[in-house]
Ligand binder design. Structure first.
Ligand SMILES: *Cc1c(COP(=O)(O)O)cnc(C)c1O
Length: 424
């Protein structure tokens, strides 16, 4: 299926129907070589070129229209977040009323846990992975403590078996069942940030619901990476950031999902702000909170326009590419090509800790340098010196993410040959 030479990489690029999208992004300037091999879209996606023009439009509007900008122009600021809702909902497989773009990811996790973590004396535990992203761990700990429970009793963590890197689904289900009647919430990632493992989200949601627990998903590494069907899978809530695979820039506004079954229904515990209040009467400025009957009810403040403008450009690129299906097709081919080259040149020296099974992985591949324990930092430095942008986790794991929107098969070939030199 694949061949080792650089020519073959170029032939894959020539046959790639998405190859033109690379031109829509700005690549960082190289230090030494003629181009940067950017493989760190799992950490900060590249800037879509159209972002600059859109940002300037908003700045000009502010300068020229002042406060009237809230209600004037093509994209008035008052309903600004609404321009993001439908394309974002398509990307995560949600209904538009289930999605809102607001705040940061950790902030959204907190707001949603206020609503969906409802501990009682009997049912007070939260299940997360032991190697959850630290911000998620901190958020959960503080939620438990603030409700008057003890983290030692109420936080349940699950980890891979000894000698294994990734979680087994059976173990997740066993933990959910073991704590069943005491479990208030299961909070899991869609894609594990360190190993790149894709979790069986629908099955985890079902297992949590079977024991009467709520289920939330952190989709930071999943959105824009793998196809998602949030409405059908049925988590109670989900949250994600937009600066990783969504390419919306550092600290860009995050996303939140609340399943339809919780919308407009019975009163729900929720932190309130004026932007969650009924739009028709918001400016009457009375003190009777009437929640919008959509996920927008969780909004607190008016929208941070300059942190949302890039998302407009970014989501347009996804729409123009035809959504996640063609992107996922290219992404699968890219990781298979990467596997092929690594097997051919670095077997025994570099080992992937990301599952091989395509159902359990997205763009990201986490590589363990196994030459010796001290070689990790040297290898990483050699990659940086060769203008390869990737991510290194102590002591010896290198994470790369070939992104189908802007990476090429040539990038993958280049990475592997530079890595081969670096590992020696
Ligand atoms: C990137 C990431 C975060 C970052 O949180 P912010 O609130 O956006 O700073 C949190 N959790 C996970 C799982 C992440 O991957």
């Amino acid at each position: 299926m694949f061949e080792p030479g650089l020519d073959f990489a170029f032939s894959l690029d020539a046959a790639d129907p998405l190859r033109g999208f690379r031109e829509r992004f700005s690549f960082p300037k190289p230090h030494r070589r003629d181009e940067v091999t950017y493989l760190v879209g799992n950490s900060l996606g590249l800037q879509p070129k159209r972002v600059r023009d859109l940002m300037l439009e908003e700045l000009d509007k502010w300068a020229a229209a002042g406060v009237r900008g809230h209600f004037e122009g093509d994209r008035p600021w008052a309903p600004y977040h609404e321009f993001l809702t439908e394309p974002m909902a398509r990307l995560v497989g949600a209904q538009p009323q289930e999605v809102v773009v607001m705040n940061g990811l950790t902030v959204n996790l907190h707001l949603l846990m206020v609503s969906f973590y409802r501990p009682t004396a009997r049912r007070h535990k939260i299940l997360i992975e032991a190697h959850a992203f630290p911000s998620d761990h901190f958020a959960v700990e503080s939620q438990i403590a603030m409700r008057g429970f003890d983290v030692a009793d109420s936080l349940v963590t699950i980890q891979p078996r000894d000698g294994e890197e990734t979680l087994r689904f059976d173990d997740v289900v066993a933990a959910i069942e073991e704590h069943g009647p005491e479990l208030a919430l299961v909070l899991m990632p869609g894609v594990q940030y360190y190993t790149g493992q894709v979790m069986p989200m629908a099955e985890i949601v079902a297992a949590a619901h079977r024991v009467g627990a709520m289920c939330g998903l952190d989709l930071a590494h999943a959105v824009g990476n793998i196809p998602l069907e949030l409405h059908a899978w049925g988590p109670d809530f989900a949250a994600w950031c937009t600066y990783k695979y969504l390419n919306a820039g550092p600290g860009a506004t995050a996303g939140a999902f609340v399943h339809e079954r919780h919308l407009g229904a019975a009163p729900i515990p929720r932190l309130q702000g004026w932007w969650g209040h009924d739009k028709e009467t918001r400016f009457e400025m009375n003190n009777e909170f009437v929640p919008i009957p959509t996920a927008e009810a969780w909004q607190l403040s008016n929208a941070p326009i300059f942190s949302m403008t890039p998302i407009i450009a970014s989501l347009q690129v996804f729409e123009d590419a035809g959504g996640m299906k063609p992107l996922r097709e290219k992404s699968e081919k890219m990781v298979q090509y990467l596997d092929y080259l690594l097997d051919a040149t670095l077997a025994g020296r570099v080992e992937s800790i990301t599952p091989r099974d395509m159902d359990q992985r997205g763009c990201q591949v986490s590589l363990k340098v196994i030459a010796d324990d001290s070689s990790g930092p040297d290898v990483f430095r050699a990659l940086q010196d060769a203008d390869v942008e990737c991510d290194w986790r102590y002591p010896n794991v290198i994470r790369i993410a070939p992104v189908p929107l802007y990476n090429s098969f040539g990038d993958i070939h280049r990475f592997v040959s530079i890595l081969e030199d670096a590992v020696g």
